[in-house]
Design a protein around this ligand. Structure first.
Ligand code: C2E
Ligand code: CA
Ligand code: CA
Length: 653
């Protein structure tokens, strides 16, 4: 054996050991579990096997004895087989990498063809290899090529050549890196094979398989890492960007596009909880995905859609589309979905907060915050479905923050006072009760509740105010009693936010008792909307108040959507018909009004109409049987001293 051959054997054994270890490492590494793993292992292992086989071939080639003869024969046989196994693994790898995310129907026929050719190749090795047509071992134990030797080369070359056409045609399915790796792996052994045919006795093929497999392995690791990173920026359910991804994408886009050409939107799907309740989580997810797909189609490549979680989304949309986008979101997108093998449709509309980007910035989160504030304002303050954040609104928000601070101070300093608006019996023209309405006396000015109650309702400060008012009213009433007036019943507004307090009725009763007042002199007004708390909570509260002898009125009756349901479940003492019913008395409205009055009377409740401004309205109401009136027609809300004056005269003639 020449020293060059010895060197070659050493080289092949070392490389073979290396590839063998690498494939073992892959087998035991559980973290790398993936459909592509067996294919990579197949390639590495085949390369290692080929290198070992060829080095043994070199050692035993031409040696004397039966052992050498069999070794050369077995090695050669296995060499043919492993070339085909390496190629087969490679085809599987390419297949799963290029088409795994696709329907199996989309895998091109040529891929199956490659696999078939390689399998046929293995069968042919078994037949022609054994029969000596591919190779044989001569009397001197030398390896010799048989007459069909070139045919054995044709099989893997043909398979891989066909595969190359698939790789080139579908190169868009994979990254450039993968594409280059595929082509390299396919071409390296072909080139090496040609060299080997020309330079008989040199072993390039196995090394080229090994090097190619290592290269693919490297790319595989790189792409796995990329996928892990992508998970951090992608929302799993919809495949949209999550908050991180959204921010990164905008920053990336801002390098080539001017950010000030875009608006940022914060979207909340409206009434999605209903859909969730009706169809369940799985179908709702399906609906969200369809919605997202439609919206994605609507957006261009320079625009971005992201999901923050639940039914909250963010969008980055060109300013030229502003009106169109707001309309689309407001009117909603129709979504079709399958439920119980039926196709149903829902329209998904969104509440939208928008912000017009005014300067190039990397602080995208701040922009999202501004859009989110606009959405909040839209929902809670302006009661609209879409709002664009303007500099004026930004200032207003700033004012609100200031306001919260000042309200808290005002409560401490007892700047809030009770105004009283008389309730009058329109037939007898006598005052029979009053509603206490809060006013804020600040720097000599009287601020109406509209300016601060919405702010207080946001942060539960309202509960503190309501009890403060109850105390103040009780104090005033006590004073009137001491002055010798016959005191009327006074109603006090309690925000629904109080319903979170389980001891609410008792807490109210305790205040009344503290002032030694008869509980029957106090009435609690509560609105009918059932947004936050279920009807059961309200029912319990009303029943508890009744046990203490305190009366309850439904405020703004008829405005909410659940008025009738409410009446069935809860027995109120008074229904306050909302101003809107009284305002424009068309024939139809008068009819509705009549029914409301009748229903109230049938359930044993009193009816009072509020917001009555004109005499004619009084007449209509009294004809319908509603004689209790609260409104400017008799009096506006007034301070304690003026109300005392009314108590003294008590005359509306
Ligand atoms: P509300 O309980 O529906 O009170 C009736 C509102 O209608 C009062 O407005 C009253 O001044 C006004 N009003 C009465 N008659 C007429 C009329 O003939 N024409 C017109 N245009 N308006 C009339 P106000 O005092 O500004 O109170 C607004 C709302 O603030 C109240 O609506 C109530 O929801 C809330 N509020 C007032 N005081 C309190 C309170 O102490 N606690 C709570 N939680 N809410 C309060
Ligand atoms: Ca009220
Ligand atoms: Ca009212």
């Amino acid at each position: 054996m020449t020293s060059y051959q010895i060197f070659q054997i050493h080289l092949m054994l070392t490389a073979g050991t290396f590839f063998m270890l690498l494939s073992l490492l892959l087998i035991i590494n559980k973290n790398l579990y993936d459909r592509r793993k067996p294919a990579i292992i197949g390639m590495e292992f085949s390369a290692a096997a080929l290198l070992f086989i060829d080095s043994f071939g070199l050692i035993f080639d031409g040696q004397k004895g039966i052992v050498a003869r069999y070794c050369v024969w077995i090695n050669s046989f296995l060499a043919f087989i492993f070339i085909l196994v390496a190629s087969l693994s490679y085809v599987s790898y390419v297949n799963s990498k290029m088409f795994e995310n696709y329907n199996t129907k989309k895998i091109p026929r040529r891929v199956y063809m490659c696999k078939s050719i390689l399998l046929i190749g293995i069968i042919m090795v078994c037949i022609f290899g054994v029969s000596g047509h591919y190779f044989y071992v001569d009397d001197n134990n030398n390896y010799c090529r048989g007459p069909l030797f070139l045919l054995s080369y044709m099989m893997p070359i043909l398979g891989i050549m066909i595969l190359i056409t698939v790789i080139i045609q579908y190169r868009k399915n994979v990254s450039t890196l993968s594409f280059v790796a595929f082509i390299t792996y396919a071409l390296l052994p072909q080139a090496a094979g040609v060299l080997q045919v020309v330079f008989l006795g040199e072993y390039f093929l196995d090394l080229s398989f090994g090097i190619g497999a290592c290269f693919l392995y490297g790319v595989y690791i790189v792409e796995q890492n990329k996928a892990t990173i992508a998970n951090v920026s992608i929302d799993v359910k919809t495949g949209l960007y999550n908050c991180n991804g959204f921010v990164d994408r905008i920053i990336e886009l801002s390098k080539t596009h001017d950010m000030t050409d875009y608006d940022i939107y914060y979207l909340e799907l409206i009434r999605f909880s209903n859909i969730n309740r009706k169809y369940g989580n799985e179908v709702s997810d399906e609906i969200i995905r369809s919605f997202v797909n439609s919206l994605r189609h609507y957006l261009s490549t320079d625009e971005v859609l992201g999901r923050l979680g639940g039914n909250y989304f963010v969008a980055y949309v060109n300013k030229t589309k502003r009106e169109e986008f707001l309309n689309l979101m407001g009117e909603g997108i129709e979504v079709e979905f399958e439920v119980n093998e039926r196709t149903e449709k829902v329209v998904i509309a969104s509440a939208v907060g928008g912000y017009s980007i005014e300067e190039q910035t990397t602080r995208i989160i701040q922009l999202i915050d501004l859009a989110s504030m606009a959405l909040n304002l839209a929902k809670h303050t302006y009661k609209v479905n879409a709002l664009f954040m303007t500099p004026e609104i930004k200032k207003e928000l700033y004012d609100i923050q200031n306001m919260e601070q000042r309200i808290a101070e005002g409560l401490e300093k007892h700047e809030f006072i009770a105004y009283y608006q008389p309730k009058v019996n329109s037939k007898e023209l006598r005052l029979y009760g009053a509603e206490a309405l809060v006013r804020w006396e600040r720097d000599g000015k009287i601020i109406p509740p509209g300016a601060f109650i919405p702010i207080m309702e946001k942060n539960e400060m309202i509960c503190k105010l309501d009890f403060y008012m109850l105390n103040r009213v009780c104090q005033d009433m006590l004073e009137w009693i001491e002055k010798g007036y016959a005191i009327p019943r006074v109603s006090i507004n309690f925000s629904r936010k109080n319903l979170g307090n389980k001891n609410l009725a008792k807490d109210i009763f305790d205040v009344i008792r503290k002032y030694n007042l008869a509980p029957g002199k106090i009435e609690i007004e509560i609105t009918e909307t059932l947004d936050e708390y279920p009807i059961g909570v309200l029912k319990e509260f009303v029943e508890a108040l009744h046990r203490y002898g305190i009366r309850v009125a439904v405020d703004d009756f008829g405005v909410g959507s659940s008025s009738m349901n409410l009446l069935r479940e809860v027995s109120f003492d008074v229904l306050k018909i909302d101003k809107t019913f009284v305002d424009n008395s068309t024939e139809k409205e008068v009819k509705i009004l009549k029914h409301i009055v009748d229903i109230a009377k049938d359930t044993g409740a009193h009816v009072i109409a509020e917001g009555v401004e004109r005499r004619e309205q009084c007449d209509v109401l009294s004809e319908l049987g509603c004689e209790e009136i609260q409104g400017y027609v008799f009096d506006k809300p007034m301070n304690r001293e003026m109300f005392e004056e009314r108590l003294r005269t008590n005359n509306y003639q």
